[in-house]
Design a protein around this ligand. Structure first.
Ligand code: ADP
Ligand code: 5GP
Length: 179
């Protein structure tokens, strides 16, 4: 099974994706590539951090299932290579989700959102995004919500983190716990 979690920047989808793979043994989280510099608050393992030349070479070598530009940086999902028997979780933006469906891949599409735009802005500021990035991500969020509706994504509000993770777990497995 292929599960795509998307949503506007700062709503908590990265945090949710990490918790989902902790909770479900047979769920494999794809690691994206990016040309964006690593944030100070960010783990070295958050992405495969590369320069533009390396990114371009990987496009030419057919490494990616999809790639997209976002605010001047490039992001890509490599073709998934999970261990046998694992479901694949992609945490990507809506453009990427569109590409996945255009490729004819069947997937469960989940769109995570914050309870309000103010919550989204507070979360972005809390993680250290500057005001320009906060505004861009909020503006982009409007378009992403519309695109997600058109894609038929299932909307999940990340109000309380644990509750949202349980809701997504039950959507995926009809069972909120690992056991
Ligand atoms: P995204 O991957 O959607 O850009 P992140 O996972 O980086 O978002 O989360 C943005 C910030 O919001 C992080 O600091 C994270 O700890 C925080 N966060 C995530 N979920 C919640 C929640 N339910 N309530 C409050 N803060 C949250
Ligand atoms: P950030 O810079 O905040 O980590 O991510 C910016 C945006 O890029 C987010 O909306 C995130 O979901 C998206 N993103 C992360 N990885 C990928 C990917 O592999 N492909 C695509 N299309 N978008 C991605």
């Amino acid at each position: 099974m292929l599960i795509v979690v998307s949503g506007p920047g700062g709503v908590g989808k990265g945090t949710i994706a990490e918790l989902l793979v902790e909770r479900h043994e047979k769920l494999w989280l794809s690691k994206s590539w990016t040309t964006r510099p690593r944030r100070e608050t960010e783990n070295e393992e958050a992405y495969v951090f590369v320069n533009r030349k390396e990114f371009q070479e990987a496009i030419e070598a057919g490494v990616f299932l999809e790639w997209a530009e976002f605010h001047g940086n490039y992001y890509a999902t490599p073709w998934p290579d999970p261990p046998e028997g694992y479901d694949v979780l992609l945490e990507i933006d809506v453009q990427g989700a569109k590409s996945v469906t255009k490729q004819g891949l069947e997937c469960l599409m989940i769109f995570v959102d914050a309870p309000t735009i103010e919550d989204q802005a507070d979360r972005l500021r809390g993680r250290g995004d500057d005001e320009e990035e906060v505004l861009l991500r909020i503006r982009e969020g409007e378009r992403e919500r519309n695109d997600a509706r058109e894609l038929g994504a299932i909307f999940v509000i990340n109000d309380d983190l644990d509750r949202a993770v349980s809701e997504i777990s039950s959507i995926i497995y009809s069972n909120p716990t690992k056991e």
